[in-house]
Design a protein around this ligand. Structure first.
Ligand code: NAP
Length: 248
């Protein structure tokens, strides 16, 4: 229960890793603001945590739109009177295709949600955290194992996640002095709706690359996020933590 008294803002909270993160952070004592482009799914996440919804909130957000991110921050400040001290950037999409067939639109869409969206949320909420002198504060961004070495058919996704990792390291350098730690978690192959669409034959190939010989569960990512959110990780800043069963 190391997050009692803290409030966590989680994007992509209506599904997969984001939903599991909300559940684990709530279990560890945090109030939860579940934000997702799909508001009904974010609401469902809050219902799974707390039927009374007293200290928790669900909210619609499109992380790729700065005006929308600002609107959401205003709503959060209106409700809680201060910004959350835990920010988790989980919202993400894939639009896979081989480079020669990848459309400009699909390239841009993935960059806009995964990289620009992480930047917009991080910038807006860090500003508010600094303005309200909230400390300690922790921002956790979700990268990917595939940003390390690339992945066939995922040029847009790998590029966006490599960007997230370096955005994280830069933010850690800029915000350290104001008591905001910024870290990245790099999941491997995790069983969520995002990977449910991966064809079975591709899954079989990927499984051979995982020494633990299984997919990860969203909760196994969420536990690391909770650790990074808490003061148990008080000297970890600018790190990228692999949670991938040993996959390379
Ligand atoms: P997921 O189940 O698809 O969840 C992602 C959530 O983000 C969905 O609810 C999605 O809504 C929402 N979202 C999409 N666009 C958004 C936007 N513009 N603004 C706000 N929310 C938006 O995926 P996941 O597997 O949990 O992935 C969570 C994060 O982990 C992502 O950043 C992903 O890239 C990363 N990751 C996942 C894996 C894996 O193996 N699953 C591995 C490495 C990294 P819709 O469903 O309506 O689009």
């Amino acid at each position: 229960m190391s997050l009692i008294g803290r409030t966590a803002f989680v994007t992509g909270a209506g599904s997969g890793i984001g939903r599991a993160t909300c559940q684990v952070l709530a279990r560890d004592g945090a109030n939860i603001i579940a934000a997702d482009v799909n508001e009904a799914n974010a609401r469902k996440t809050i219902e799974l945590i707390d039927k009374s919804e007293s200290k928790n909130l669900s909210i619609a957000i499109d992380v790729s739109k700065s005006s929308n991110v600002k609107h959401v921050l205003d709503k959060v400040l209106e409700t809680y009177k201060k910004p959350p001290s835990i920010i988790v950037n989980c919202a993400g999409i894939t639009r896979d295709n081989f480079i020669l067939k990848l459309s400009e639109e699909n390239f841009q869409e993935v960059i806009d949600v995964n990289l620009k969206g992480t930047f917009l949320v991080l910038q807006a909420f860090a500003n508010a955290i600094i303005e309200h002198q909230i400390s300690p504060a922790s921002i956790i961004n979700i990268g990917s194992v595939s940003s390390k070495n690339g992945n066939m058919g995922q040029a847009n996704y790998c590029a966006s996640k490599a960007g997230v990792e370096l955005l994280t390291k830069t933010a850690a350098k800029e915000f350290g002095k104001v008591g905001i730690r910024v870290n990245a978690v790099l999941p491997g192959f995790i069983s969520t709706p995002m990977t449910a669409i991966v064809p079975e034959k591709v899954k079989a190939i990927l499984l051979k690359q995982i020494p633990l010989a299984r997919l990860g569960n969203p909760e196994e990512i969420a536990e690391v996020i909770s650790f990074l959110a808490s003061e148990k990780s008080s000297y970890i800043n600018g790190a990228s933590i692999n949670v991938n069963g040993g996959m390379v």
